[in-house]
Design a protein around this ligand. Structure first.
Ligand code: ZN
Length: 263
């Protein structure tokens, strides 16, 4: 069974930092349980130049370029120019613009967050790349901007919300990123939405080292946990894991262009 982690911060210190041997070991652990590809989201300008060389070193690693809303407050004033240049020079390992979006819990003014989102939606449109969305308590605002500044598609990563909101994203060509949050019984609304959405709308993710699964709270999450996300999803949808895995691989191949992949 082969699985793709559509959202994993594999460049973070939890996975070895500058220690290449430790990182190789973490990737082997993930591969050993069937995770054959993962996508590392962009977060900030200083990180962008590191992603292509990192992904070139390991088979199955891909990346996205973008300014995460959490890094907006400390972004250099030239970040938009830097991002445009990074995208212009990106190699085949770059499969998306992201992670970008809005977050209601941030102290950065909503207008400033929205300006950054819009600028990056325009870049994604220009380069005909899908976007990886971070949307926390802001689905309706994000949907509004997606309608105004359309892109080729994308994914709402770590989706949490109602069926109606998920359907609105799916209608705009956005996949729904399913992560560890569905393993928590209290995530009722999200679980109900994920249970009944068309299976064609779903992709898997861990968001590691964040978002540990239920039962693993307080520990770093790991891409090798992806099969547990699959089992939670299979249970929730009362479907067979192997069949579901094949469909989810098909979905993520539609979402990201791995056509020039290194596998
Ligand atoms: Zn993330």
């Amino acid at each position: 069974m082969l699985l793709t982690d559509s959202h994993c911060h594999f460049d973070f210190a939890a996975f070895g930092g500058a220690n290449k041997q430790a990182r190789a070991h973490h990737w082997q652990r993930a591969q050993a349980v069937g995770v054959h590809r993962l996508v590392i989201p962009g977060i900030e300008a200083a990180q962008w130049p590191t992603l292509a060389p990192l992904c070139a070193r390991y088979r199955g690693l891909y990346y996205a370029l973008g300014l995460h809303p959490w890094w907006l407050a400390n972004a250099p004033s030239s970040w938009q120019t830097q991002l445009a240049a990074a995208l212009a020079q990106a190699d085949k390992g770059c499969v998306a613009v992201g992670e970008i979006g809005l977050d209601r819990h941030l102290s950065v003014a909503q207008e400033q967050q929205e300006d950054a989102l819009i600028a990056q939606l325009k870049l994604a449109h220009h380069y005909q790349l899908p976007v990886i969305l971070h949307s926390v308590g802001t689905h309706d605002r994000v949907l509004k901007w997606l309608r105004r500044y359309p892109v080729v598609g994308g994914v709402v990563h770590g989706f949490s919300g109602s069926l109606q909101q998920a359907e609105a994203f799916w209608k705009l060509g956005f996949y729904i990123g399913v992560g560890g949050s569905i393993s928590y019984p209290r995530a009722n609304k999200t679980r109900r939405a994920i249970a009944v959405l068309p299976v064609e709308a779903l992709v898997l993710e861990t968001d590691a080292p964040d978002m540990p699964l239920c039962g693993f709270q307080g520990q770093d999450n790991h891409p090798s946990q992806l099969p547990l996300v699959l089992s939670s999803l299979a249970k929730l949808r009362q479907s067979d894991e192997a069949t579901l895995a094949i469909q989810l691989e098909h979905n993520v191949n539609q979402l990201f262009d791995f056509a020039n992949n290194k596998l």
